[in-house]
Write a protein that binds this ligand. Structure first.
Ligand code: ZN
Length: 592
């Protein structure tokens, strides 16, 4: 057996197991193969290839299987005890490639079993048996006496030795934990897992678990509750509505089907989170991003379904003691998996609406907030998540509803939608004047009013950022419809700051000037008119604005995005009622 082939086949077998949610969920389970490799001297030596800690069977590759010299591991069988720290240090010295990922916590369990191939899963159906009031009796009845059952022990040296004592059995069920199978071929090990899981599922009457995503509108209070120390978004599984309404929902919520789930979704449902059973709704999961929330929702669906199946089949269930739960959750070896995650981006978990998001500055602001981790809902006439004229209150209602329905709440609004309307007071059309006030001012009031109850109900504050203009303080002749609306917008921000303070809502304005690149504001017509107003040729207009500024530099949408991100984030938690200029320095437009 040549090494590349066997390792490839291990990857293939692992992916096959990982692809079936009835066997393994996100990151759970592990697999191994014992094979022969050449060491640095060219000698043939036995090697254990086992899944690394924290990698996922469904997506694993060859690199996810560190190798350990098997003949260095086997003498450990003669020891009576070994601490976790000793074990981790010892395993690190047995690695074939020293820079390989850390091997699974269950490495010695795989090593001590003599079979060439070993698989370990936390399959729902097996866990449904393993959490019966009497796990040994349940397993014997469902899977036959040749499948051994060992009592719950936290993974480590002692459990590895205990399982090895049952190498003569067909397989081993670990009480309150999962299944260990093995075989002399990849197929044999896989097929045994398959057979035992299918038999267990038939025995307890467990059907395939499916998540059905629903809307999170109506859960604003819950979203606020889970977001106090760190913003989170919600995901909802309406397929668990019946389960949430069961008489024994409290009992189901009080345990997990396997300890692995405790690490990812907490030791119980309806506590501090991140998962909740809500009567009439189903299951709700919170997470720092939608993907994590959905993963937790899936783990909760499987955990709840397995516990419910145990209770239905056996009339009750057994689980770890409170001390065992604490031991597991505080266990450094399990927590190690979490340290492999990159640090979160600044606005992770934030939900932000950006209006005018389809083009120009608004598009840049939306992209910038998203790059900082925020969940952005863009609104614009076309080309955005919510499309329509924001001076129409029905469109504004839809925007707020769509946002809350998708994420469960809202943290920030960036009011960027606007149009440039020019004309002297003597000549501007009445309708054009009204339209400018509608689009540049009233639409922002409509949205402010409609996000208010959401922010109030969440009770975690919020940030409103109004993108006004240098013209709010330094208006231009012939630019009245725009300048007057923008002055009103700054005043709207200040009133919002006054009224928002008591509920922690901050409101600030940003006053940019002369952002030419990527801006839709500067149509040919506006350029011509502003050039004429300043008495410069059209082609010199941009240079004119640069020269006019104190810093003599071009202002970009990226400069505006920096100011907006600061005001959205908690870095500006002590700032409200403020106007931040992003204009290169225009003395006539200094805030006052
Ligand atoms: Zn396990």
């Amino acid at each position: 057996m040549s090494r590349p082939d066997e390792l490839d086949r291990l990857v293939e077998r692992s992916r096959r197991i990982g692809a079936d949610p009835a066997l393994v969920l996100h990151g759970g389970g592990n697999t191994s193969t014992k094979l022969v490799e050449l060491d640095h001297t060219g000698r043939e030596r036995r090697v254990l290839r086992i899944k690394g800690s924290g990698s996922d069977l469904a997506t694993c590759t060859r690199r996810d299987f560190p190798g350990l010299w098997l003949d260095d591991l086997l003498p450990l069988r003669d020891r009576d005890a070994m601490s976790d720290e000793e074990m981790v240090a010892y395993l690190a010295r047995c690695l074939v490639e020293p820079d390989a990922p850390r091997p699974s916590i269950e490495t010695l369990l795989h090593a001590f079993l003599p079979a060439a191939h070993v698989d370990h899963v936390h399959a729902d159906a097996i866990c449904a048996l393993a959490n019966a009031p009497d796990p040994a009796a349940a397993v014997a009845d469902a899977l036959g006496g040749e499948v051994a059952v060992v009592p719950y022990l936290r993974p480590g040296f002692a459990l590895s030795k205990l399982v090895a004592e049952h190498a003569g059995a067909r397989a081993v069920v670990l009480a309150h934990h999962g299944l260990v199978t093995w075989g002399e071929s990849h197929e044999e090990s896989y097929e045994l897992t398959r057979e035992l899981v299918d038999r267990a599922a038939a025995y307890v009457g467990l059907r395939p678990v499916r998540v059905e995503l629903g809307g999170a509108a109506g859960l604003v209070g819950l979203r606020g509750r889970v977001s106090r120390s760190r913003r989170q978004v919600l995901a909802v599984d309406v397929a668990q509505r019946a389960l949430a309404g069961r008489d024994d929902a409290v009992e189901i919520a009080s345990m997990r089907s396997t300890p692995d789930h405790m690490l990812r979704i907490g030791a119980e449902t309806n506590g501090d989170g991140p998962v909740f059973l809500v009567e009439g709704v189903g299951c709700v999961a919170a997470g720092p991003d939608p993907r994590t929330a959905r993963t937790r929702l899936e783990l909760a669906a499987h955990s709840h379904a397995a516990v419910a199946a145990t209770r239905d089949r056996f009339g009750g269930a057994s689980w770890l003691s409170g001390q065992e739960v604490r031991d597991f959750l505080e266990w450094p070896l399990e927590r190690y998996k979490l340290t492999l995650l990159p640090p979160p981006p600044e606005l992770q978990g934030y939900v932000a609406i950006v209006t005018g998001a389809a083009s120009g500055i608004g598009r840049e602001l939306a992209a910038d907030l998203a790059a900082r981790g925020a969940n952005v809902v863009g609104a614009d006439l076309a080309g955005a998540d919510v499309e329509g004229d924001l001076s129409d209150e029905r469109v504004v209602d839809e925007l707020v509803h769509a946002t809350v329905d998708r994420y469960g709440g809202l943290d920030a609004v960036v009011f960027c939608a606007g149009t440039a309307a020019t004309g002297t007071l003597a000549e501007v059309g009445d309708a054009q004047w009204r339209r400018s006030l509608e689009v540049n001012l009233t639409s922002h009031f409509l949205l402010t009013k409609r996000v208010w109850p959401v922010l109030a109900e969440q009770r975690i504050g919020g940030s409103l950022v109004y993108v006004a203009s240098k013209n709010a303080f330094a208006p231009g002749a012939g630019f009245g419809p725009y300048s007057v609306a923008k002055a009103g917008l700054v005043q709207l921000a200040r009133v919002a700051a006054l009224e928002g303070g008591p509920i922690g809502v901050r409101a600030n304005a940003v006053n940019p000037d002369a952002v030419f690149r990527g801006s839709k504001l500067w149509s040919d017509e506006v350029r011509r008119e502003r050039a004429a107003a300043h008495g410069v040729p059209v082609e010199e207009l941009e240079a004119f604005y640069v020269d006019r500024s104190l810093l003599r530099r071009e202002v970009t949408a990226g400069d505006v995005a920096e100011a907006v991100a600061f005001l959205v984030s908690d870095r500006s938690r002590a700032t409200t009622g403020c106007v931040v200029t992003v204009d290169g320095g225009v003395p006539g437009a200094f805030p006052r």
